[in-house]
Design a protein around this ligand. Structure first.
Ligand SMILES: Cc1cc2nc3c(=O)[nH]c(=O)nc-3n(C[C@H](O)[C@H](O)[C@H](O)COP(=O)(O)OP(=O)(O)OC[C@H]3O[C@@H](n4cnc5c(N)ncnc54)[C@H](O)[C@@H]3O)c2cc1C
Length: 408
């Protein structure tokens, strides 16, 4: 094969085999559209950390809709914690227990590591005839009103009517379409740690948030169970020396202060983040041939779990729009279908960024007003249940999604 050979034309190409790219491919197959995914990494790659553990019910519903049984598969492999608890300076200010969910209906949420989520998405893709091209890093796109030519590092060029850009935060598709991101970066650093559970002697399943945990100098700590382990988030101060808290050695210094010391030998992943709060200026290009989804289109602070949870409707609604565009009787009608996807998901991303921003402001407590509210809330919580609930829900932002139709 020559080094610059054009492969067969595809109706639709997805760039990126992350969770959102695979969801987009499934949604396209559900619309009866053949699809191939171009992925930069090799098939044998190892994906890092728990990341998108928390799947909202709306996400499970979308997955069930685009790939029957997938929502229930995710739910049955994840965990639903029956208890949530919130502490302020070591004192419990809120606790709530939920009834055991009925396995015959989708639960209000499920928690399983992103590697597992990707495993089930991948299997569903294979079952539904999605073609994967591994080790195919996209390096350039030529976009015309007629379609897109996509060139990869391995010397191939692919033609498609539409390209779904699901290639993550540094999206090459977005760069090629000259679409910029707009937004800010959080000032605080968060250390995110995964530990594997001791199956013989597990901790009770509970999501626990500590404001100003006394054992770690008053820093906030969040514990989230997932199938097979726990994620622990520690919020650093702007003045903290990173090396004291990060890396395996840094984590081994503070983790035993907030958890049984056996977990210091059970660490599987440590990462450090300053979260971006950015949204693409547009979710499509001037020719209406590119559709941006997932982290290629938006990055949010993870509190409230709006990353993958909003990538799923991006993907599903992109597939619906492509179906309408392919069936349209004129280019103008086709463009309108793509534009409507872009507007709808841009609106949703703005909404989600603001919601994640509200959560971030609550957690950071960097304004005097918010700090005062948190102290007053904690002092009155024993007598005033609503204030305990406000403290419990604040770190995750508003409970709502952008609208009844877009879900998240
Ligand atoms: C600590 C943390 C916790 C989180 N918790 C949650 C949560 O609880 N719930 C939630 O919904 N979300 C959560 N998220 C967010 C979630 O992880 C992301 O939203 C999700 O991974 C985005 O998926 P994606 O498919 O858009 O991008 P990615 O997962 O980044 O996938 C992009 C894919 O594109 C490929 N690629 C990149 N460039 C190219 C190229 N040029 N050519 C071809 N392929 C390319 C990459 O190799 C990769 O496979 C969390 C994130 C973090 C960091």
């Amino acid at each position: 094969m020559s080094s610059h050979q054009t492969k067969e034309s595809n109706l639709v190409l997805v760039v990126g085999a992350g969770p959102v790219g695979m969801t987009a491919a499934l949604a396209l197959r559900n619309q009866g559209i053949p699809v191939a995914i171009l992925e930069a990494e090799a098939e044998s790659r190892l994906r890092p950390g728990s990341r998108a553990i928390f799947l909202h019910k709306a996400t499970l519903q979308w997955l069930e809709e685009i790939s029957p049984t997938l929502g229930f598969t995710m739910a049955s492999h994840g965990v639903v914690w029956p208890v949530k608890r919130t502490f302020f300076q070591g004192r419990e200010v809120y606790a709530r227990t939920y009834p055991t969910p009925d396995p015959n209906v989708l639960p209000p949420f499920t928690s399983l590591p992103q590697v597992e989520i990707e495993k089930y998405l991948y299997q569903a893709c294979i079952d539904r005839g999605v073609k994967f091209v591994w080790s195919a890093r996209v390096h350039s796109l030529s976009i015309t009103p007629e379609g897109v030519k996509v060139s990869t590092d391995n010397g191939q060029t692919y033609a498609a009517a539409y390209v779904v850009g699901a290639d993550g935060a540094h999206s090459e598709v977005r760069h090629a379409a000259h679409i910029e991101m707009e937004g800010t970066r959080s000032a605080n650093t968060f250390v995110v740690v995964d530990v594997v559970e001791d199956e013989e002697n597990p901790l009770p399943l509970a999501r626990v948030f500590h404001y100003e945990h006394p054992s770690v100098g008053g820093r906030n700590v969040l514990f989230v169970p997932f199938a097979g382990g726990w994620r622990i988030d520690l919020q650093l101060r702007e003045t903290d020396a990173m090396e004291d808290y990060t890396g395996i050695e840094g984590v081994r210094r503070w983790l035993p202060l907030v958890m049984d010391k056996k977990y210091a030998d059970r660490i599987t992943w440590v990462s450090t983040y300053q979260f971006l709060q950015v949204v693409a200026k547009s979710f499509t290009d001037a020719q209406h041939r590119i559709l941006l989804v997932g982290e290629a289109a938006h990055l949010f602070a993870p509190f409230g779990a709006r990353g993958f949870n909003s990538g799923v409707p991006d993907a599903a609604i992109a597939a619906q729009a492509i179906r309408r565009a392919l069936d349209a009787s004129s280019k103008a009608d086709a463009d309108r279908a793509i534009e409507s996807f872009a507007e709808q998901r841009h609106y949703a991303a703005d909404y989600n960024r603001n919601a994640a921003g509200i959560a971030l402001e609550h957690i950071q407590g960097s304004s005097t007003g918010m700090r005062a509210k948190r102290y007053i809330g904690a002092a009155l919580a024993p007598a005033w249940h609503e204030l305990g609930r406000w403290l419990d829900e604040g770190p995750y932002g508003p409970r709502s999604g952008p609208s009844a139709t877009t879900k998240y």
